[in-house]
Design a protein around this ligand. Structure first.
Ligand code: GBH
Length: 484
């Protein structure tokens, strides 16, 4: 490509026709020698996928007997979400799933992570199942099957049936048992077609944000003691569901969960900082992944909580730590740890104000998170099978008059993160697959539609899908199984 052409189009976004080649994807055979000579190739069989969640994409909130969830209530309450936006329609994935599976097929992904909406299957949370609700997932599985894409299903991605919230939601142990019953039922119906199951997605986002800060559904601000108990009932629900899924399964299946582990990485790479990051990960996640993998709350966690510590029994801790087959971790960002002369033995370094972030201001750009988080997790707990169940970037995407979305910042983010993932995998960190969040722009919870995470642009008025430049980037990456 001629340099003059590059400069001209870099200066003026509306490229002159002579510069068209700039945005035409090169066939891999045309790649310059330098790329060919330095491919960072992933192991054969490494799985590439995309991820979504029911409430964020499905829409059709009243179709076929679906009951209301806490997110319907929350998003319809004035002042709770960006411009009062709800996911009543979202991406209308409920009706357009075939088109979206075709997008996955074209992309070349081998896997798809989605969630099953509890209120579609049990509109009241418990009681009589609603076969029509489950039928949607059967249709989706049919479409995935014909496209040769393996399903990875999450049973709970924050859409708690409102009826359960009305009797206390996660502050009531009955919800943990209701979740296990729901999990058993779905596994009995779909385990012949789904091999990989995740119980729960990201505890912090529906417990701490839902019951303590009130930023997420159900939007409560309860006393600390109640929130600590809710945390305990949520991990208990996970453990009960692990057992229930295994008992109900019709074939040999694998059970795990998807957790946004609060990451920590060494601020600089020396032994003392690496040790500090290990201590930090274990302690900051004491209430969730640590108790799940160790079967006990850390002393420090219980001590710091004092009278607000949760009530629990040894039997419950056994259930919570039921063996899992794989660990899914959602990796967006991380924090830097350094050694400290305190009981914790580590300190988290406050972020400088100039720290770069995505369109979502919590999403600090830390490519090394994809190296350190899985590496430290496998080091601390000896986890043998890890999936990156989410990683992605919100960008101020613009649909240009020529119909393209040139999301170069997302490409840069993905390339840098995946180079770090490659570094870890090459060293033997047992990551088996990666799910990009997300296939589609979708309903970003309390941020409504204002934050776009997709590699496919969605016009929420017309439901038209437009693959972004990052879709082409990911497609090439999957085809070559390498980051270049
Ligand atoms: C995931 O959560 C979700 O699983 C997914 O549904 C979501 O769409 C996606 O990522 C993108 O957000 O207290 O201001 O620092 C992301 C995890 C979101 C958890 C932001 C922590 C912190 C907000 N996080 N949140 S803040």
């Amino acid at each position: 490509m001629k340099r003059r052409c590059f400069l001209r189009s870099a200066l003026a976004l509306t490229a002159a026709p002579a510069c068209q080649p700039l945005i035409v994807r090169a066939a891999s055979a045309d790649l310059p020698e330098i790329s060919k000579s330095t491919p960072r190739t992933f192991p054969q069989g490494f799985l590439w996928g995309t991820a979504t969640a029911a409430y964020q994409v499905e829409g059709a909130v009243r179709a076929d007997g679906r009951g209301p969830s806490v997110w319907d209530t929350f998003s319809h309450t004035p002042g709770k979400t960006y411009q009062g936006e709800t996911a009543d329609i979202a991406d209308d994935f409920y009706h357009l799933y075939k088109e979206d599976v075709a997008l996955m097929k074209e992309l070349g992904t081998q896997t798809f992570r989605f969630s099953i909406a509890w209120p579609r299957v049990f509109p009241e949370g418990t009681g009589r199942p609603n076969p029509k609700g489950l039928d949607f997932y059967k249709r989706l599985l049919d479409a995935l099957d014909s496209a040769g894409i393996a399903p990875y299903a999450t049973l709970f991605h924050w859409d708690l049936p409102q009826a359960l919230q009305d009797s206390g939601g996660w502050t009531n142990i009955a919800t943990s048992h209701a979740f296990a019953d729901y999990a058993a039922y779905v596994a009995s119906q779909l385990s012949d077609r789904i091999q990989h199951w995740m119980t729960i997605n990201e505890f912090d986002s529906f417990i701490d944000a839902g019951y303590a800060t009130g930023e997420s559904a159900p939007g409560l601000k309860l006393p600390r003691k109640d929130v600590m108990q809710a945390r305990h009932y949520a991990v208990l629900a996970h453990g009960l569901a692990v057992q229930a899924i295994r008992a109900a399964a019709k074939q040999s299946i694998k059970v795990g969960l998807a957790e946004d582990i609060s990451g920590a990485m060494p601020a600089i790479q020396d032994a003392a900082h690496i040790r500090a990051a290990e201590l930090a990960i274990r302690e900051i996640n004491a209430q969730y992944i640590t108790v799940i993998l160790e079967g006990r709350y850390t002393d420090l966690y219980l001590r710091n909580l004092g009278a607000d510590a949760p009530h629990f029994t040894p039997e419950e801790l056994k259930v919570i730590s039921s063996p899992i087959d794989f660990l899914g971790i959602n990796v967006y960002t991380t924090q830097e740890a350094s050694p400290a002369d305190t009981p914790e033995g580590f300190a988290i370094i406050p972020r400088p104000a100039s720290y770069p972030h995505a369109s979502s201001n919590w999403l600090f750009v830390t490519p090394q998170a994809l190296y350190w988080t899985p590496k430290l997790v496998s080091q601390i707990w000896g986890v043998k099978e890890i999936y990156i169940t989410e990683n992605g970037y919100s960008s101020e995407d613009i649909l240009r008059p020529d119909g393209r979305v040139l999301d170069t910042d997302r490409i840069d983010y993905l390339r840098n993160y995946l180079l770090e993932l490659h570094r870890g995998v090459s060293e033997g960190v047992p990551v088996r697959g990666y799910f990009l969040w997300s296939l589609l722009d979708n309903y970003e919870w309390s941020d409504g539609f204002s934050k776009r995470f997709g590699i496919t642009y969605v016009d929420f008025k017309t439901q038209k899908r437009t693959p972004k430049l990052s879709y082409d980037f990911y497609k090439d990456l999957i085809h070559t199984n390498s980051v270049v």
